[in-house]
Design a protein around this ligand. Structure first.
Ligand SMILES: N[C@@H](CCC(=O)NCCCC(=O)O)C(=O)O
Length: 248
C-alpha cells in the first residue's frame, strides 16, 4: 500500500543510543546509524535526534509529529515489566530507557504516531503493559539463533504477518524476509495490543496497538530495506505523522 509523499515534512523525533567514554570520545556520547534518519527523510519526514532528557520529553513532543524509538545495544530493565531477577546477559542503559519510556508513554497519551524498531519495539511493548523474554535461548526451547551473525544488510529468516493487523495492511503480504538480530523478544504484548509478526519458531517479531492511530513496533530493521516491503512501513508511518501535523 504505497503512500503519497507528504506536502510538507512532518517533524519526527528519533531516539539515540548512549555510549560511555571510549572510542569516539573520552566523554559520554550518543550513537545511531545514519540509515534511521535516511529512511525517515526518504519517506518525506524531517528526522530530528532526541537527547536523553526525561524532563524535556513534553517540550520535545510539543514540537514533534511522530516518534521513532530505535534499537541499540541495550535491554529494558525487567523491573519495568515484572520480569523477575535480571538475566546475566541483560545490558541496561537506565538513562536511555528512562527517557524513551517517558517519551513513548506521553506520545501514546497524545495519540502521536510511534514506530518502535528492534529494542524500540520491545520498549513499546513494555509501554503497552507487555512483557519480554529476557534471553530467548533460555526462554524459548528450540528457538532459532535470533542473535544472527549475518550482516544487517541480509535477511536472517522470514516472518509471518498476522492477518487483520496494521502491519498486514501496510505491507500487503503474508510473509517478509527480515534482518532482526536480538537476544530478547516480546513475550506478552500488553492489554489490547496485538502480535503482528512471528518468526518460524513462534518468537514475536512485531507488536501494535489498535487503540492508537499508529502504534507499531517491529523487531527487525526496516531502515535497511532488506525486504522491498520495509520502505512501506516508513511510508505509512510518515504519512500518519503528516496527517497528525495537518490536524494540529
Ligand atoms: N534488547 C534488544 C536489543 C536489540 C537491538 O536493538 N539491536 C540493535 C543493535 C544495533 C543496531 O543495529 O541498531 C535485544 O534483544 O538484543
Amino acid at each position: 500500500m504505497s503512500q503519497p509523499r507528504p506536502a510538507s515534512r512532518p517533524v519526527i523525533g528519533v531516539t539515540l543510543d548512549a555510549e560511555q567514554p571510549g572510542g569516539y570520545s573520552k566523554l559520554p556520547w550518543y550513537a545511531l546509524r545514519q540509515n534511521y534518519f535516511d529512511a525517515i527523510a526518504a519517506a518525506g519526514g524531517l528526522p530530528v535526534a532526541l537527547p536523553h532528557a526525561p524532563d524535556l520529553a513534553n517540550d520535545y513532543l510539543d514540537r514533534l509529529d511522530g516518534l521513532v524509538v530505535t534499537g541499540g545495544a541495550f535491554d529494558v530493565d525487567p523491573a519495568l515489566y515484572g520480569g523477575g531477577p535480571l538475566h546475566p546477559t541483560v545490558a541496561l542503559k537506565p538513562g536511555r530507557t528512562e527517557f524513551e519510556l517517558a517519551a513513548t508513554r506521553e506520545a501514546l497519551r497524545r495519540d502521536m504516531p510511534v514506530l518502535g524498531i528492534c529494542g524500540g519495539q520491545q520498549l513499546l511493548a513494555v509501554a503497552f503493559g507487555g512483557t519480554l523474554h529476557q534471553h530467548i535461548p533460555d526462554a524459548v526451547p528450540g528457538a532459532l539463533p535470533h542473535e544472527q551473525p549475518n550482516p544487517r544488510t541480509e535477511p536472517g529468516h522470514e516472518i509471518a504477518v498476522a492477518e487483520g493487523t496494521l502491519l498486514a495492511r501496510i505491507v500487503g503480504r503474508p510473509r517478509m524476509a527480515v534482518n532482526s538480530a536480538h537476544h530478547q523478544a516480546v513475550d506478552r504484548p500488553g492489554e489490547g495490543a496485538l502480535v503482528n509478526a512471528t518468526a518460524p519458531d513462534g518468537v514475536v517479531e512485531g507488536v501494535e496497538h489498535p487503540a492508537y492511530r499508529f502504534a507499531l513496533g517491529v523487531q527487525w530493521h526496516p531502515e535497511y530495506a532488506v525486504d522491498p516491503a520495509d520502505t512501506l512501513i516508513f511510508d505509512a508511518f510518515v504519512a500518519a505523522c503528516a496527517e497528525r501535523a495537518a490536524r494540529r
